[in-house]
Design a binder for this molecule. Structure first.
Ligand SMILES: [Zn+2]
Length: 245
């Protein structure tokens, strides 16, 4: 009897979350409400958390371009770290904010997202670019950038989405090369890139790529001293994709 009651309570609460969403509560409020409710009850049962996760999530208006600042908000994983203490997370974030600023100046709307930003779930937009940088190792051959699309699009034979993602990639590769003067470094594209977690979280129809903007070791001067040039390369790639030239 007790477990039936608990089940009814849980189901009822999940239904309430959904219902409140549909009667016009702002998604942020729903999220805050469910968080505060969780905090007060300390209910961390996996089934309950799964129900909460299944509730409708915040989805950006589809005109907003997503810019993921790689490793932002992920305290335990700042990415590559240089001997002088510069972290990949800092470099990525500086570039992401510049990209957002420039896109806004051009009349586009853009949002900077954390690495594991909840807003990535079901993200819809004209494009999403995740910005990362490579290892801080000074070795002559470790210089250059690379761009990857989701391997899942290929596996799922989602041709329309794959075409758009590849077009975004092609635009970014060409524009970034031209603007930064950096060479493409194709031989170190890893599964970390093609199986990047955010690819599985966003709406499959959102064209998305992950870019490694360079190596923090050999390309330090460009990435750390000239982030505005790096950002301009990404913006130029996005403009090529969005405006079709
Ligand atoms: Zn990274």
């Amino acid at each position: 009897m007790w477990s039936l009651g608990r089940w009814m309570l849980r189901t009822g609460l999940a239904a309430l979350v959904v219902a409140l969403f549909f009667v016009g509560w702002r998604p942020r409020q729903v999220a805050a409400w469910s968080r505060s409710w969780l905090a007060t009850t300390e209910n961390t049962e996996p089934e309950f958390l799964a129900e909460l996760r299944a509730a409708p999530t915040w989805a950006p208006p589809s005109s907003v371009i997503g810019i993921v600042a790689g490793h932002s908000g992920a305290q335990s994983d700042p990415g590559a770290v240089c001997p002088d203490g510069t972290t990949e997370a800092q470099v990525n974030r500086a570039i992401a904010l510049l990209v957002q600023e420039r896109l806004r100046a051009l009349g586009y709307d853009a949002v900077v997202l954390d690495e594991f930003d909840p807003r990535l779930q079901g993200f819809r937009g004209p494009a999403l670019v995740s910005i990362h940088a490579d290892a801080c190792v000074r070795r002559e051959d470790l210089t250059g950038f690379k761009v990857a699309v989701s391997a899942a699009l290929q596996r799922n034979e989602d041709l329309a989405a794959l075409t758009q993602a590849n077009r975004l990639k092609a635009c970014l590769v060409e524009a970034y090369r031209q603007t930064t003067g950096l060479a493409y470094h194709p031989y170190t594209v890893t599964r970390d890139m093609t199986e990047y977690h955010a690819f599985a979280e966003i709406a499959p129809s959102t064209p998305a790529v992950i870019i490694e903007v360079g190596f923090l070791g050999q390309d330090y001067d460009l990435l750390v001293q000239q982030p505005e040039r790096v950002a301009q390369g990404i913006v130029d790639g996005l403009l090529c994709f969005l405006e079709g030239n």
